[in-house]
Design a protein around this ligand. Structure first.
Ligand code: WT7
Length: 659
């Protein structure tokens, strides 16, 4: 973000006070900040009391070997029991857990907590039958259907860490995750509905399984949900490996005794992009993660589980779907909506109709979605009655003040606080956010760390910056749902997050931030080679590797350029191999298609520019800053550290008339 946009942001002076009725009955009040800061461990112990433990912990936090934390040491519990069974045992079995809304209109299903319990037990029995035991990894590659939630909870129930792979990822991306975590079983479906038509998933699983085998790892079984009923095609079924969900799960017993696991037992691995080409498997464990997600879901959304109807629009393939669709909300026993499809199918008011139909009270979505609705105009949401809404949330990228105000005004009817929640796959839970009954809202600011969390904005030397200045966002104390490591790579874990401010012992988030004159935090975006496209994290290097794997490409450099709709967009600069000549007329389309295939549609470059040279420093490092200037149509900045300063002229000349 440039200095200019930064100072524009900080000129934003609209303020929204908490509504009286929310403030009056708020779950947390202002005193919680001081209480938590005075004794964080006592505060977290209190929050862990939200859960049912079969064995109480002996120690809240073991931080004797930083950065490897252990929370609620010695405690034992079952995550699925906490998300499902205990609500049934408390007499709430008939309460709806999921109002599931399929994309085809009228294709809906309500699951009560009792039904969810039956299905989770059946799936747990089926997975056990397929040979899955505690500690085995299970990959889940599914559309947004109830079975995705059931499968995750079934894994948790038997202590088999799941790794959910976003259904929009390619077979290549799926294969690399299967290999990295050595998944024993995959849960998938024949396909899913998207924009009114059935899109296949199973063929990508077959391909991924082959690619995985070629890398020495054989997946043993594939459990397949029949969602669309589409033809699986010639060779699309392998009796030795593939098993239908409706045979294995529906036929299994609904009785299953949950085993309790150590608080630090691995719950799941979620892959996310880092600054190198290889995605990182972020490991979350059981007791601390569930404590953090249930507490934050209750505190940040001021949840009233008896009356609220909650909806988070995130896909289950991202961490938001894990923490704020599955574990947090279900641990809190709330009724929620789950929607399968895209926002504008069959028409552009689909989301608002769902809010109206189910009387949603809390809605959590991403700025990129809000901006796209803004563009379509308020006439569409204005057709629906959304007076049930009382709190709105935003996550995934900085929310620009205009989108914030529009969201509050048009969707929230000016009644609803907007909580801008900052967190990451690694943090597992919301870290910086206003509290809707306590904090006033400032459009564009995530405000302050929530009670129990300690964050700072520091300079290069690790010293807190003064109000009104910018720096790096760090977390200064451990928190229960923190990542425990990168799967199979402790060194990378230490290096990536804990080496930059090693002396201070701070967790380096990779984001730049600014403190305003009141000391409130404005998160500005990544300071590393990670892009944020529509709230999805993508690595520049990962896309560069994909481009270079194309036979016509010699070298590639990728930058994230500012984009009105998606926040950032992928812009690629490529040098072709000599033998490829000018690459042919379709070279750009060909390369875009190649990236889709290698990573997935979300990584497709908005722009690909074929250039004769790339700007590099004398030590050979690509100066992405200069390429960003080109991609954002700015005057190119300081070129004095370039090995050859004429390179930028070459690039600019080559682009005349094309960009
Ligand atoms: C990165 C984490 C957290 C779940 C979704 C994304 C950016 C996230 C905000 C926010 C400004 C934000 C950061 C962060 N980010 N929320 N409210 N304001 N930036 O999870 O894929 O792990 O990405 O998303 O850059 O580091 P993720």
């Amino acid at each position: 973000m440039t200095e200019e946009t930064l100072s524009n942001l900080l000129k934003e002076d609209r303020r929204f006070e908490p509504p009286a009725e929310i403030a009056e009955h708020a779950n947390l009040t202002a005193e919680a900040y001081d209480r938590a800061a005075a004794d964080p461990e006592a505060f977290w112990a209190e929050q862990a009391g939200r859960l049912d433990w079969t064995q109480q912990w002996d120690q809240v936090l073991d931080w004797s070997n930083p950065p490897f934390a252990k929370w609620f040491v010695g405690g034992r519990l079952n995550a699925a029991y906490n998300c499902v069974d205990r609500h049934v045992e408390a007499g709430r079995g008939d309460k709806v857990a999921l109002h599931w809304v399929g994309e085809p209109e009228g294709d809906t299903r309500d699951l009560t907590y009792a039904q969810l319990q039956d299905e989770v037990c059946q799936a747990a029995n089926a997975l056990t039958e397929l040979g899955v035991t505690a500690g085995d990894r299970v990959a889940i590659y599914l559309p947004m259907i109830p079975e995705a939630v059931v499968a995750m909870l079934a894994c948790a129930r038997i202590g088999a860490p799941h790794t959910v792979v976003f259904g929009g990822f390619s077979s290549e991306a799926l294969a690399s995750r299967l290999v990295d975590c050595q998944a024993k079983v995959i849960v998938t479906s024949d396909g899913g509905y998207r924009r009114g038509s059935a899109a296949a998933l199973k063929p990508a699983v077959d391909e991924a399984r082959e690619k995985s085998s070629a890398q020495g790892h054989d997946v043993e079984k594939v459990l397949v949900v029949r969602r669309t009923g589409q033809d699986l095609g010639e060779g699309g079924w392998d009796d030795a490996v593939d098993v239908w969900w409706h045979d294995a799960v529906a036929g299994a017993s609904t009785e299953h005794t949950p085993e309790s696991f150590d608080s630090e037992h691995p719950l799941y691995v979620m892959y996310t992009s880092g600054t190198t080409g290889k995605p990182k498997g972020i490991l979350h464990t059981t007791g601390g993660y569930l404590t953090g997600t249930s507490y934050t879901h209750w505190a940040v959304f001021d949840l009233k589980p008896e009356t609220d109807v909650y909806w988070c629009s995130a896909d289950i393939g991202w961490v938001t779907g894990h923490s704020y669709m599955v574990y947090g909300p279900l641990a809190n026993g709330v009724t929620q909506v789950m929607y399968e499809g895209v926002p504008d199918s069959p028409e552009r008011g689909r989301w608002w109709k769902i809010i109206q139909d189910y009387k949603v009270t809390i809605f959590y979505t991403a700025p990129t979605a809000i901006r796209s609705f803004m563009k379509q105009g308020r006439e569409i949401p204005d057709r629906y009655d959304m007076s049930s809404l009382r709190i709105l949330g935003s996550v995934g990228e900085p929310i620009n003040p205009e989108a914030y105000v529009w969201y509050r005004h048009v969707i929230g009817g000016d009644r609803t606080p907007v909580v801008d929640t900052w967190w990451q796959t690694e943090t597992g839970m919301i870290m910086i956010s206003p509290l809707p009954g306590v904090t006033h809202g400032k459009p564009g600011s995530a405000m302050t760390p929530i009670p129990g969390v300690a964050a700072e904005v520091v300079n290069e030397a690790g010293e807190p910056v003064a109000n009104g200045s910018g720096g790096y966002l760090v977390l200064t104390q451990p928190w229960p749902s923190m990542l425990r490591t990168i799967w199979g790579d402790d060194e990378r874990f230490k290096d990536t997050y804990w080496s930059r401010f090693r002396n201070e012992g701070f967790y380096f988030a990779g984001d730049g931030a600014k403190k305003d004159d009141d000391g409130d935090i404005w998160v500005l975006g990544r300071v590393d080679d990670v892009m944020n496209v529509s709230g999805h994290r993508l690595s520049t290097t990962e896309i560069e590797s994909a481009l270079v794997s194309h036979p016509k490409v010699a070298e590639a450099a990728v930058v994230g350029a500012k984009d009105e709709d998606t926040g950032q967009a992928v812009c690629a600069f490529v040098i072709l191999r000599e033998e490829a000549g000018d690459g042919g007329d379709d070279i750009v389309a060909e390369l875009r298609q190649h990236v889709r295939k290698e990573i997935g549609p979300i990584a497709t470059p908005r722009q690909i520019m074929v250039v004769p040279e790339l700007p590099k420093t004398r030590s050979g490092k690509i100066m992405r800053r200069l390429l960003r200037d080109v991609a954002e149509h700015r005057e190119v900045g300081d070129v004095t550290t370039l090995a050859d300063s004429s390179v930028m002229d070459l690039i600019s000349q080559g682009l005349t008339g094309t960009a």
